[in-house]
Write a new protein. Sequence first.
Length: 221
Amino acid sequence: MPKASRRKFLGAAAGTAVVAALKPSELFAGKDRSISLPQPSTENTESLMSALRNRKSTRSFSDKPIPGQMLSDLLWAAFGVNRPEFGYRTAPSPKNSQEIEIYLAKADGLYLYDPFLHQLACISSDDIRHFCGTQKFVAKAPLNLIYVADFSRLGNRKEEKKLFYAAADTGFISQNVYLFCAAFGLGTVVRDWINRPVLAKKAKLNKDQRIILAQTIGFPG
Ligand SMILES: Cc1cc2nc3c(=O)[nH]c(=O)nc-3n(C[C@H](O)[C@H](O)[C@H](O)COP(=O)(O)O)c2cc1C
């Protein structure tokens, strides 16, 4: 089960001096409909310089779904586990708090990315893409990532500081996604124009979970 495995994983990570006290997430509790992703193909050798050269925002998408292997690689690049022995990730976070969770709004439902098992936990089978943003292309594109900060993982800091960290950390992740998309022929745009209260309700978020940004992804069309 996702929750149990996350606890085990974080338990192992807690043995190292550099890993902050990670609060085991309850997010995966009860979400036992999960979809395995193929192993990420991390040996791909697309050039970083060419990805940087091609990085841009796209606002016109085809409705063609993203193939499973590509989705797996994309999520790993975004915020996957790149040092499994310690549970570290592809993007930094303050004291390794790993407070950003990635939700996926797809035509066949809403999912939560479990980076430790590298799989998707199904939250609902509703298509909520049209609640992910106020721009037209949002509902047509096959994938919207919703970056949600779990403020309870940021300790006793002031609200303002938590928001600052969450925004910075979302920036790192969304840039990973931008570069992946530029390297592998996908279009993407990171977005602030979101009706957050409505989307938070649709995604069944709790009071500690704050929507920071969303990011639309698909083949340009
Ligand atoms: C924090 C942030 C919020 C953004 N919000 C939106 C948005 O809601 N809708 C949109 O179409 N683009 C949005 N963008 C994309 C910017 O408009 C875009 O990055 C900018 O025009 C530069 O274009 P480029 O990304 O192609 O270089 C956002 C970018 C950032 C960094």
